[in-house]
Design a protein around this ligand. Structure first.
Ligand code: SAH
Length: 246
């Protein structure tokens, strides 16, 4: 016969363990109430559409979009739409961020250039996957915002620079991938030049304030191919005043 005390001890142990796990998960849920919203966003808006790259899905699950938007917008952070980030600029709809990320095929050892840091969110999604992200923003307070938010969120593999992204970032070129998040009338030649052989660039091309085409650029040696992927609407790619005067 088994002594009742011997049965009781493992039972108590299991009960204490269960209580600890429950307390732990309750504390976790309290510490990060956005976790569920993020899982749901990926299930319905990202995987539920046509994004299948596991690296991109994991990055979208892990990147805290609410940390990158102004406080007044935080409760909308996981909704299926773009959000205003001030200075007339927007953070893209989560699906578009995921799609652009998937289209450049980011890999763990990649070095990626982003033009248009804005909130810093797209840079953070890329930084979840790749070795190093370089991002350029033309509006000084947004460059500052993006740098601060990325630091607050704990990213150490993103460099933010204020400037006109038309010229890319020569010092760190060539890049495995380039992600442009503002609509340009044409593909800036310096960006093509700074793309690695075999590299990919995604860029919205077209007139500002109209529907543009999301264009995928592939570089194979001297050969450049472009493919229209999807009609989109992005804020305009602007130019530094001194440069547009010439
Ligand atoms: N990737 C951003 C989206 C920001 S919207 C995010 O995840 O939040 C596009 C941004 O591109 C705006 O902040 C705008 O100021 C910036 N931009 C426009 N023209 C630019 C240029 N020539 N160089 C760098 N940034 C530019």
């Amino acid at each position: 016969m088994i002594h009742p005390k011997l049965v009781l001890i493992p039972f108590l142990g299991a009960a204490i363990m269960a209580a600890l796990i429950l307390a732990g998960s309750a504390a976790f849920a309290q510490a990060d109430p956005t976790e569920t919203a993020r899982q749901e966003m990926v299930r319905t808006q990202i995987a539920g559409r046509d994004i299948h790259d596991p690296l991109v899905l994991a990055a979208m699950r892990n990147t805290k979009r609410h940390l990158f938007v102004p406080e007044a917008q935080q409760r909308h952070a996981y909704e299926d739409r773009p959000l205003a980030i001030g200075h007339g600029q927007t953070i893209s709809q989560p699906y578009i961020v995921a799609l652009m990320t998937e289209l450049v095929r980011p890999r763990a050892d990649a070095r990626v250039l982003e033009i248009g840091s804005g909130s810093g969110y797209q840079a953070a999604v890329l930084a979840e996957i790749v070795a190093q992200v370089y991002t350029i923003e033309i509006i000084p307070p947004l460059a500052k915002w993006a740098a601060e938010r990325l630091e607050l969120a704990g990213y150490t593999n993103v460099s933010v620079q204020h400037g006109d992204g038309y010229y890319g970032w020569e010092e760190h070129a060539p890049f495995d991938a380039i992600v442009v998040t503002a609509a340009a009338p044409h593909i800036p030649p310096p960006l093509i030049a700074q793309l690695k052989d075999g590299g990919r660039m995604i860029i919205p091309v077209g007139s500002p304030f109209r529907t543009q085409q999301l264009v995928l650029v592939e570089k194979e040696g001297d050969h450049i191919t472009t493919r229209n992927m999807l009609p989109v609407r992005f804020v305009p790619f602007t130019r530094a005043v001194e440069q547009t005067e010439h």
